[in-house]
Design a protein around this ligand. Structure first.
Ligand SMILES: [Zn+2]
Length: 90
């Protein structure tokens, strides 16, 4: 399934190292799908991402505010700073 502009996905927040804040799923809207883009902050570590991971520009809806970032996909380990398709809840 390829992401497209306007789809709602999950963004995985960064937890704090000692656990004051857990890593959590946040709602995010796909604001752009850059062709062939690498994660901005992680371009030098691109080989660590899944080869089929798709990078998207997200508008992340935190309960306390919005932020915008370019994020790689991580469907398996949901590491902080990545997006994934929403888990099924049924
Ligand atoms: Zn999720």
């Amino acid at each position: 399934m390829k992401p497209s502009v306007g789809r709602v996905v999950h963004y995985r927040s960064f937890g704090t190292p000692v656990g004051e804040y857990a890593s959590e799923c946040r709602a995010a809207i796909v604001a752009g799908v850059p062709e062939g883009a690498l994660p901005v902050a992680d371009a030098e570590r691109a080989q660590e991402w899944d080869s089929d991971a798709v990078v998207v520009d997200l508008a992340v809806l935190n309960p306390t505010g919005l932020f915008f970032d370019r994020c790689p996909q991580s469907e398996d380990n949901h590491r902080g700073g990545t997006w994934h398709w929403p888990e099924r809840t049924d």
